[in-house]
Design a protein around this ligand. Structure first.
Ligand code: IMP
Length: 185
C-alpha cells in the first residue's frame, strides 16, 4: 500500500517513522495549505484532504503547545508564533511572558491530531500533559521541547532520549492509534 505523508517538518517525519512500523510505501510530500482552522483537528483534516485530492490516500497531522495560563497560547499558531525566528528565542520569549507565574500556574499540554484521509477523514488524537519549566534545558527533540516538562518527570522533553519521547509523546499516542487502524485495513 502506498500512502502520502504530507508535512514540511523533517523533525515530525523522523518521529513519525520512528513510531509507525508498518509495511507501507510512504511518499513524503510538502503541500502548502493555509492553516486557518481554529482547532488542530480542522487543520489536520485540511492538510490530509489537500494531499488526498492531489495524490490519493494520505496522512497529515497538526500539533502544538497549549499553555493554560496564556489562554492556550500558542495553540494552533505554535508553528507561526515568531515565524522564522530560532526556537531558542521563541522559548526565551515564552519564559519571559511567564516569568511571574509560580510552579502550579505553569500547566500546559502538547496535542497532536493525526488524520488518514481516503474518501473521508479518520481522526486520531494524542495529548501529553505537563508544565512549562522556569528555564530551557536539553538539546534533543525540537521546537518547544526544551521548555516542556512532561507530567511525572523532572526533565524537559528535550532531555529525554528519542525512545523515551516516542513512548509518551502526543505524536506517539496519536500515531500509534493511526498505525493500529492502518494495520487492520
Ligand atoms: P505543525 O507542523 O503545524 O503541526 O506545527 C506544530 C508546531 O508545534 C511545531 O512547529 C512546534 O512549534 C510545535 N510542536 C509540535 N509538536 C512538538 C513537539 O513534539 N515538540 C516541540 N514542539 C512541538
Amino acid at each position: 500500500m502506498k500512502v502520502i505523508l504530507s508535512t514540511s517538518n523533517p523533525n515530525k517525519v523522523r518521529e513519525i517513522f520512528e513510531i509507525i512500523d508498518l509495511d507501507i510505501e510512504w511518499v513524503v510530500k510538502k503541500i502548502e495549505v493555509e492553516e486557518d482552522g481554529e482547532t488542530f483537528e480542522e487543520n489536520a483534516i485540511k492538510k490530509a484532504k489537500a494531499a488526498y485530492d492531489l495524490y490519493g490516500p494520505a496522512v497529515a497531522d497538526d500539533s502544538g503547545l497549549e499553555i493554560y495560563a496564556l489562554d492556550n497560547f500558542p495553540g494552533v499558531k505554535s508553528a507561526r508564533f515568531m515565524e522564522g525566528v530560532d526556537y531558542s528565542v521563541k522559548n526565551a520569549k515564552i519564559l519571559e511572558m511567564m516569568k511571574d507565574l509560580k510552579a502550579d500556574e505553569r500547566g500546559a499540554r502538547f496535542s497532536c491530531v493525526a488524520v488518514y484521509y481516503d474518501e473521508k477523514p479518520h481522526v486520531f488524537k494524542g495529548v501529553i500533559e505537563g508544565k512549562i519549566a522556569f528555564e530551557a534545558h536539553g538539546k534533543n527533540g525540537f521546537g518547544y521541547d526544551p521548555i516542556f516538562i512532561p507530567y511525572g518527570y523532572e526533565k524537559s522533553m528535550a532531555e529525554l532520549s528519542r525512545e523515551e519521547k516516542n513512548k509518551i509523546s502526543h505524536r506517539a499516542k496519536a500515531f500509534r492509534k493511526l498505525s493500529e487502524f492502518l494495520s487492520e485495513m
